[in-house]
Design a binder for this molecule. Structure first.
Ligand SMILES: Cc1cc2nc3c(=O)[nH]c(=O)nc-3n(C[C@H](O)[C@H](O)[C@H](O)COP(=O)(O)OP(=O)(O)OC[C@H]3O[C@@H](n4cnc5c(N)ncnc54)[C@H](O)[C@@H]3O)c2cc1C
Length: 113
């Protein structure tokens, strides 16, 4: 059995959930193709190649859930104010760099077509 995307890594919030799911699907499909039917080898390779990358993306998403979905009206208003601030050009660049580092922290192989 292999777990992929949110089911596998739960890096849902924080701006990298879709990317890590797509990279995971690419690596899993590629390793299955490369192993030529030996699914045990393919799954072990998939796990070893994706774990560090997924952990980096999880780290970024750590506090994003409570930030995006706060439990009280006052904190929802405070989130909205903060979000407007974070969306300003200067901070948007900072957050782009922050997520980009984790989102690109994997060496992808060229797999057979
Ligand atoms: C509010 C919000 C904002 C987000 N913003 C971003 C963002 O800006 N950038 C980013 O990269 N990511 C973002 N994400 C995260 C991103 O949406 C997920 O990480 C990504 O969709 C995970 O893909 P997935 O294929 O693993 O899961 P999903 O996209 O959840 O796909 C799972 C699919 O399985 C189906 N399913 C569930 N149970 C069953 C079943 N029993 N049988 C058959 N089908 C089933 C579901 O209906 C669904 O279609 C955000 C998420 C949320 C909730």
């Amino acid at each position: 059995m292999a777990l992929l995307g949110d089911a596998g890594y739960g890096a849902t919030m924080g701006g990298t959930g879709t990317g890590v799911a797509i990279v995971g699907a690419y690596v899993l499909a590629g390793e299955l193709a490369l192993a030529g039917g030996d699914h045990r080898t393919a799954l072990a390779e998939y796990e070893s190649r994706i774990t560090g990358f997924a952990k980096g993306c999880q780290k970024i998403s750590g506090n994003a859930g409570p930030f995006f979905a706060p439990p009280t009206e006052r904190r929802i208003r405070s989130r909205d104010r903060m979000y407007r601030l974070l969306s300003s050009c200067l901070l948007a660049g900072f957050f782009k760099r922050l997520t980009e580092r984790a989102a690109t922290d994997i060496e992808l192989r060229d797999y057979p077509a």
